[in-house]
Design a binder for this molecule. Structure first.
Ligand SMILES: [Zn+2]
Length: 304
């Protein structure tokens, strides 16, 4: 019989994955920027005017030289032929390659279209990138990546019970820590912070308040809420309400106060509309005072 503790274990793993994605950011962006710069230096002259990939897809013969140069150089960095042959070019914007390392990275991410958030903010997408971009091959083993992928699918994405045993929680978090402890990653600031948070998460039975207060917490809870709603186990919805009902109320009130702020801003703009009228009245009063002043001195002179 599953209990609320097992639901809490599931929540901890969900938070653990988000912490890991945040922890990988320094490493991922630094290494992708380096790769991007190396290619950019070669082809810094000229820009694509057509967005060849979207326009022509796999008909590479019609692509402009800039897009072809980028594609050919990226192909050299790709590890698996299978992956390369299946890239859906119509969903990539080669026109953005010269100024976006994120767009360039999509080439190495399998099914990036299914990622709802930004590609580099998704754990599954990052694992795909690590596997397909050759430069990461020497940095960490395929097993490290496969363990993360398997854990994510089994314990989170395809876990329709929305429950986890204590042992599964600990194993999952250990797998994430192993990834962040890879020598090239562990020296980055974002990774150090993430490892500390994961250790903290492992020791606590429930999600620590500090983690719930972080801006990304809402993202995690929303994804968990979606999973609980599709779960055949009715009790998880009660558990979710019990643990995060208050937070959802706060979020709801938050949206109400957002509306108030919007109205406040509208009022401000209304006030701004009145401003010319106010200036006009002040000007009118001033002119009247000056004229009256002249007349009064005129009368004073003549009366005097
Ligand atoms: Zn082009």
């Amino acid at each position: 019989m599953a209990d609320i503790q097992q639901f809490d274990n599931f929540i901890s793993v969900a938070f653990g994955m988000k912490i890991t994605v945040d922890g990988l950011q320094d490493f991922v962006s630094e290494s992708l920027i380096t790769t991007h710069r190396e290619i950019y230096k070669k082809f810094s002259l000229g820009n694509c005017m057509l967005n060849c990939s979207r326009k022509y897809g796999h008909a590479f013969g019609k692509w402009c030289t800039v897009c072809i140069d980028w594609k050919n150089d990226l192909k050299k960095l790709n590890r698996y032929k299978n992956h390369w042959d299946r890239i859906n070019w119509k969903e990539i914007d080669t026109i953005d390659f010269p100024h976006s390392f994120e767009e360039m990275a999509k080439v190495f991410v399998q099914d990036f279209k299914s990622v709802r958030q930004e590609v580099l903010k998704d754990l599954g997408a990052l694992m795909s990138l690590f596997k397909n971009l050759k430069k990461y091959n020497g940095m960490f083993s395929d097993q490290t990546i496969d363990n993360v992928k398997r854990m994510r699918n089994k314990n989170f994405a395809h876990n329709y019970t929305v429950f986890l045993h204590e042992v599964e929680k600990t194993q999952s978090i250990d797998i994430l820590i192993t990834l962040l402890r890879v020598p090239e990653i562990r020296t980055t600031e974002s990774s150090k912070k993430a490892i500390a948070n994961l250790e903290y998460l492992k020791l606590n039975l429930r999600t620590p308040k500090e983690l719930l207060q972080q801006p990304s917490a809402e993202l995690v809870l929303t994804s968990v809420q979606q999973l609980t709603e599709s779960s055949p186990n009715q009790i998880v919805r009660v558990f979710f309400q019990q643990r995060f009902g208050n937070m959802l109320t706060i979020r709801h009130e938050g949206s109400i106060s957002d509306n108030i702020i919007k109205k406040r801003d509208n009022r401000k703009s209304c006030r701004l509309l009145y401003l010319p009228l106010v200036i006009f009245i002040i000007l009118l009063v001033w002119i009247a005072t000056v004229i009256y002043g002249q007349f009064s001195s005129f009368y004073e002179e003549h009366e005097g």
